[in-house]
Design a protein around this ligand. Structure first.
Ligand SMILES: Nc1ncnc2c1ncn2[C@@H]1O[C@H](COP(=O)(O)OP(=O)(O)OP(=O)(O)O)[C@@H](O)[C@H]1O
Ligand SMILES: [Mg+2]
Length: 423
């Protein structure tokens, strides 16, 4: 079996992210079979390499590989494109034509943006997947074909099914094996690597010295949300390579190329190390909240025990001053410690930056203030939690066991939360 490394070289895939490696490994594993594969992931993450890998490692490698962009073919002609038509089937059908499923017999068809297929075409596709049979448009003669299908989508298929835009039975047929490509923002270690690769490529292409980012610009590169993923990163590397005179790119210069960033929003970076409270993933946020909550709970347990033992609240208060401060946050220093200077936080407009939760103390009525902050945090964290649970359930096709394992919580807790949030 060819190694992940050599596949990456062959298909010019840059990156060492664990999830990316797992995706490639899965492609290598399923390649020799005829199993249908659905490649999922946001726009621009690099889904198109996967069907190529699968085809080239399969027994079909000497037969045809046809990539069809289902979103780009008009609804009126897609059936004819895919399955062919008979002469006279519709106005303009002056001759019989073979479709991709006939031409690619023995090979592989990559159905890109499969979520865009019209419902009528989905019925035809389901039939091909089930027994290899199809009909040309305008014909009643059943034809047979032997095609392996790899599909890709950047839309949420569960949503599409819910909205009755996509057939559920077809979805399960297509996604016997699902390969997910992670978004760039979750591949922090690959971002700069990819940028350097693109910078070097464009330096060569345009016969100019390669651009380089200064340290602050690298931090911005890592903090940015990259909604267009690798495609966007590549475009930006190209634009900067061509348009900038200086080959050392500053934070301000890079910022000016990122959509929705403006000079008035220039981020100021002081610390370069990852600080406490500087969360890079949603999961980290959730873990931090859970750990904090667990800590608070233990402190409260201790306090309750003391109260029960001594039955003298004043004495307990005196003796447990520190603990009480810790739990209720009624302490100037404690706030000062937790506070992050705004200058240490990258300030970019939403939704492009994953924002850390920032507490800023301004207290006369500290107790009231603490309540406000808590409520705000609880709300946004609740939203995050709901989103995380939803996403995980989607990814795991509603399987609670897998989702709870992924979220790092017990199945029972997950069940409770599903009920609580009415998911
Ligand atoms: N790991 C990678 N290394 C180098 N280049 C990459 C990598 N992944 C993607 N690219 C490049 O990024 C661009 C976008 O990739 P691709 O077209 O596969 O995206 P996609 O996931 O199909 O997006 P969409 O859903 O919008 O079609 C391409 O130019 C591709 O060559
Ligand atoms: Mg694509």
């Amino acid at each position: 079996m060819e190694s992940i490394q050599s596949i990456k070289q062959r298909f010019e895939i840059i990156g060492n992210d664990v999830k990316l490696n797992r995706a490639i490994e899965k492609a290598i594993q399923v390649a020799p079979t005829d199993i249908s594969v659905l490649v999922t992931g946001e726009s621009g993450v690099g889904k198109e390499a996967i069907p190529k890998i699968i085809h080239s490692l399969s027994h079909r490698k000497h037969a045809k590989y046809i990539a069809v962009n289902c979103g780009a073919i008009p609804e009126g002609t897609i059936d004819s494109e895919l399955f062919g038509h008979e002469k006279g089937a519709f106005t303009g059908a002056t001759a019989t034509r073979s479709g991709y499923f006939e031409v690619a017999d023995g090979g592989t068809i990559f159905l890109d943006e499969v979520g865009e297929l019209p419902l009528t075409t989905q019925v035809r596709l389901l039939r091909v997947l089930e027994n290899g049979e199809f009909l040309k448009v305008g014909s009643s003669q059943v034809q047979k074909t032997d095609v392996r299908i790899v599909a890709a989508t950047n839309v949420n298929m569960f949503e599409a099914i819910k909205k009755e835009k996509f057939r559920e039975d077809l979805y399960y047929r297509l996604s016997t094996v699902e390969i997910n490509i992670p978004p760039l923002r979750e591949r922090k270690e690959d971002i700069h690597l990819l940028f350097r690769k693109f910078a070097s490529d464009f330096g060569q292409k345009y016969k100019m010295p390669t651009i380089r980012l200064d340290d602050d610009a690298v931090q911005l590169l890592l903090k940015y949300r990259w909604p267009g993923n690798i495609r966007q990163l590549r475009n930006i590397a190209e634009q900067i390579s061509v348009l900038e005179e200086s080959r050392l790119i500053s934070l301000a210069t890079l910022n000016s190329y990122l959509p929705n960033s403006s000079s008035s929003n220039l981020p100021a970076i002081v610390g370069k190390e990852k600080k406490e409270g500087d969360f890079s993933t949603e999961r980290e946020i959730l873990y931090k909240v859970l750990f904090d909550m667990k800590g608070d709970l233990n402190d409260l347990k201790k306090l309750t025990l003391e109260l029960l033992k001594h039955n003298d609240s004043e004495k307990v208060q005196e003796e447990n001053e520190n603990l009480i401060r810790k739990i209720y946050g009624d302490d100037e220093e404690e706030y000062a410690e937790q506070e992050e200077s705004p200058s240490e936080i990258l300030q970019l407009p939403e939704p492009y930056i994953e924002k850390p939760i920032v507490k800023s103390p301004q207290q006369e009525d500290k107790y009231h203030f603490a309540e406000e902050i808590q409520e705000e945090e609880t709300l946004s964290l609740q939203d995050k939690e709901i989103e995380l649970i939803k996403k995980s359930l989607e990814r795991n096709k509603g399987k609670r066991k897998a989702a709870s394992a992924e979220l790092g919580i017990s199945e029972r807790t997950l069940y409770r939360k599903i009920k609580q949030y009415d998911l």
